[in-house]
Design a protein around this ligand. Structure first.
Ligand code: NDP
Length: 469
């Protein structure tokens, strides 16, 4: 037996994808840098499984069918370059290498160009769904040469999550289009997680609810317009108790959020392209603030918070909070998709945002009921520069704004941080203003730096001699 697909990297994702690919009838050859991990994986396999464990790159390549189809699932960054440098020496023109990790899309571009020089097809495959998705059907966002995609399409579409309107797998464009889309997905994921965490904080420490009550609220929200995979996860984690102490597990988990870099890349790319994405930026920063725990502990004794009392009226306020979270989630998608559009234009990827919303509907971490409406907006207007300019999304936000404001005002008066809800409302309020105070910034820049300014009443560029006698 020869493997039809070769998989390198047996971490959480690699293992589960190997099992998924095999379950769809494709024999898989697997290899991992550390042999022990391969051995442990092989021991757990059913005897009949068409999975071939190998212990060297040579053995790996020899046990694959002649036209090599390889999926790398290794840590993003230098590990990908290291694996590629070993592989390329043994690959032949026409072979296909797919990077299924969370690589930065510009790195994928570079690697694709280098591989093309030696005739090897390279695809950047953004994969979302975590361990369960990898096993049962992830969302696959593919970028790279279309002819190479057509050679692996039947495998990728079979292993992806399946929806009524097709598999959650699509060739989204050339170059780094797939990994760019995955980076945007992760940026939205950062915001979604932060928004849920902020609502927990407000319910728990603003309204003083016990964790069981917060959990019941999340159970309700997960069946509302907020219906989404992450709301399901939120309700599930709040319901978990620690087996040693019997206490709610979240109470025992240290409040320092980790990250692997995709959120930071999102914000960096947004800054590079001049696309405002403050909700996602705030969510990335919130993780950094959480990581500075020692400083926070010192600051607690120095920086006193207002001794306010919650004035909001419980259940009405819970409904208001639900609207605030929902509005802010919409804003997060709006910012993410605005960046995706801008980057797609900049790099000429021609990514269809409607198709992105379709495949995000299943398998991935940010799947949500809301995506149907967002998708319709881009079906109606493929060139929509911002989701907020869609009439139905716009009017939805207009109707929600009163509750959204109420939550921000209440949280601020209590000294409770809600950076993502707050940044979302500020984004909404800035985006809908016909006149921002940037005129004052321009005047001051011209005063101290002679940067010049434009005028509302005449064409051209102007400068004022501000320091006249
Ligand atoms: P990890 O990110 O922890 O990566 C571990 C794998 O990378 C192991 O197989 C490890 O091999 C291999 N590796 C690390 N460095 C090297 C190297 N220098 N040379 C060769 N192999 C190396 O595992 P995951 O399965 O979580 O993730 C794999 C990829 O998928 C990552 O890019 C990740 O960001 C992405 N991803 C992860 C998701 C998740 O939910 N976990 C979801 C979507 C994407 P060894 O055993 O020898 O250390």
């Amino acid at each position: 037996m020869k493997g039809q697909i070769g998989l390198i990297g047996l971490g959480t994702m690699g293992e589960n994808l190997a099992l998924n690919i095999e379950s769809k009838g494709f024999p898989v050859t697997v290899y991992n840098r550390t042999a022990e991990r391969t051995r442990r994986f092989a021991e757990r396999l059913n005897r009949a499984a068409q999975i071939i464990p190998t212990y060297s790159v040579d053995e790996f390549l020899d046990s694959l069918e002649a036209s090599h189809r390889i999926l790398m699932m290794v840590r993003a960054g230098q590990a990908v370059d290291e694996v590629l440098s070993v592989l390329t020496r043994r690959l032949s023109p026409g072979d296909i290498v797919m990077d299924g990790g969370n690589s930065f899309f510009r790195d994928t571009e570079r690697r694709m160009q280098n591989m093309a020089k030696v005739g090897i097809h390279y695809l950047g495959v953004g994969i979302s769904g975590g361990a369960e998705g990898a096993l049962k059907g992830p969302c696959l966002m593919v970028g790279g040469p279309e002819d190479a995609y057509s050679l692996v399409e039947s495998t990728l579409t079979k292993i992806a999550a399946q929806l009524e309107d097709g598999p959650c797998c699509s060739h989204l464009g050339p170059g780094g289009a797939g990994h760019l889309t995955k980076m945007v997905h992760n940026g939205i994921e950062y915001a979604f997680l932060q928004l849920i965490a902020e609502s927990y904080d407000i319910l728990r420490y603003g309204l003083g609810f016990g964790i069981e009550r917060v959990q019941r609220i999340f159970e309700r929200w997960k069946n509302s317009e907020l219906s989404s995979y992450l709301m399901d996860v939120a309700a599930a984690v709040l319901g978990e108790s620690d087996s040693d102490t019997g206490r709610p597990l979240v109470d025992l988990i240290l409040d320092k959020a980790g990250q692997k870099g995709t959120g930071k890349w999102f914000s960096q790319t947004a800054m590079d392209l001049g696309v405002p994405t403050p909700t996602i930026d705030a969510s990335v920063s919130a993780r950094y603030i959480s990581a500075h725990r020692d400083e926070r502990l010192k600051a607690k004794t120095l920086l006193h918070i207002p001794q306010g009392e919650f004035t909001g009226g419980d259940e009405n306020f819970v409904d208001a909070l639900q609207d605030a979270v929902y509005s802010s989630v919409i804003i997060s998608y709006a910012q993410g998709l605005a960046l995706l559009k801008s980057a797609s234009d900049e790099y000429q990827y021609k990514i269809s945002l409607a198709e992105v919303c379709r495949i995000w509907g299943g398998g991935c971490i940010i799947r949500a009921k809301l995506l149907d409406q967002i998708r319709s907006a881009y079906v109606n207007n493929a060139d929509l520069p911002n989701l907020l300019l869609d009439a139905s999304v716009g009017s939805l936000l207009v109707n929600l704004q009163q509750n959204w404001r109420k939550v921000v005002v209440e949280a601020k008066s209590l000294g409770l941080p809600c950076p993502a809800i707050n940044a979302s409302l500020d984004y909404f309020d800035s985006y809908r203003r016909d006149r921002l105070p940037a005129n004052v910034i321009q005047a001051m820049r011209d005063y101290f730096g002679a940067h010049g300014y434009e005028r509302v009443d005449k064409e051209g560029r102007f400068h004022t001699e501000w320091l006249r006698d």
